[in-house]
Ligand binder design. Structure first.
Ligand SMILES: [Zn+2]
Ligand SMILES: [Zn+2]
Length: 312
């Protein structure tokens, strides 16, 4: 089962040559999530082979243009490409009227159903999506306008039953779900076999947290504790931390401090100011604080394997 993050856009403010504005794509076992959708992001989706059938839910962090200006064009293109499956869009207030105005004045109709879920940034965490495999909750961020992050987490898995135990005790198929749920087994001989002899722990549930745009926010820490991947914005180098504070952003060093305090397994930085052509100083600054840091880059994939280590 997939748990794979694809970087689509890494630029703050607007597109610059080689960098699109904000966009991430997470593929889980069943559902595909697009997180933020800056201007031109449909090009980046196409380059990564992600058509409309790849995306079930769009999660929007806030209504600044570099996170939503790609939506009207993308949703329109999906209509022209005969999308017919339902779409869910989650965002702070205002997105539905914004899109409705664009579509009204551009004489556009969408041939597929769109369900809007409006979240309250003052009331986090809030469960906004759930299927058999994952849950999605909002996270508290601190920006200039109402903004939420997102936590996408796999649900706990049932225990793994040992095939050797099934054979040894000739366990019928109908008894297996109860054993996987933690139950003991009454063998045909009358012996009660404890669950610890029948099963081992399942692989840990995987998780991804998205934090952009935001100042470093201590309120975030309890919710991101130990996540496999934290995407955290790093708009500036630390020499511009006053500007970061005023504009509601983070520096690379501050993002690394959040990753360190949150004991995350991997930190991915993005939302880079267009002033930086060479991004390596941002990476160096963060890695002196939290070594397992990578820069997001258009097309770069970070995968959390089933029960394994993160690759990038
Ligand atoms: Zn932004
Ligand atoms: Zn913003």
């Amino acid at each position: 089962m997939d748990f794979k993050l694809t970087t689509l856009g890494t630029s703050a403010a607007g597109p610059v040559p080689g960098r699109w504005p904000s966009g991430q794509y997470l593929k889980t076992g069943k559902a595909g999530f697009l997180i933020d959708c800056g201007e031109g992001l449909q090009i980046s989706l196409q380059r990564n082979g992600l058509g409309w059938s790849s995306i079930d839910v769009i999660l929007i962090s806030h209504l600044h243009g570099d996170h939503i200006y790609g939506l009207p064009g993308l949703l329109t293109s999906w209509g022209m490409n005969q999308r017919n499956t339902p779409l869910t869009i989650v965002s702070p207030p205002g997105l539905e009227p914004y899109l409705a105005a664009v579509f009204e004045h551009s004489h556009t109709g969408l041939p597929y159903p769109v369900k809007y879920i409006v979240v309250d940034p003052e009331q986090t965490p809030e469960l906004v999506f759930e299927d058999k495999v994952v849950t999605v909750k909002t996270l508290p961020l601190s920006h200039r306008v109402p903004t939420v992050g997102y936590l996408i987490q796999e649900k706990p898995r049932p225990r793994t039953i040992l095939s050797s135990a099934i054979q040894a005790y000739e366990i019928p198929y109908k008894n297996i779900p109860a054993i996987k749920a933690g139950g003991d087994y009454q063998a045909a001989t009358g012996k009660l076999v404890p669950n610890t002899e029948l099963t081992v722990d399942p692989p840990p549930a995987r998780s991804f947290a998205y934090a952009s745009d935001t100042r470093p926010n201590s309120a975030l820490l309890p919710y991101i504790k130990g996540v496999d991947i934290l995407f955290h914005e790093a708009t500036f180098l630390n020499e511009l931390r006053e500007q970061a504070e005023i504009s509601g952003h983070s520096t690379a060093a501050q993002a690394a401090e959040v990753g360190l305090a949150g004991e995350v397994k991997k930190l991915v930085l993005g939302h880079f100011s267009p002033r930086y052509g060479d991004l390596s100083p941002l990476l160096t600054e963060a890695q002196t604080i939290f070594s397992n840091t990578s820069l997001a880059k258009e097309g770069k994939v970070f995968e959390v394997p089933y029960g394994g280590r993160i690759s990038a």
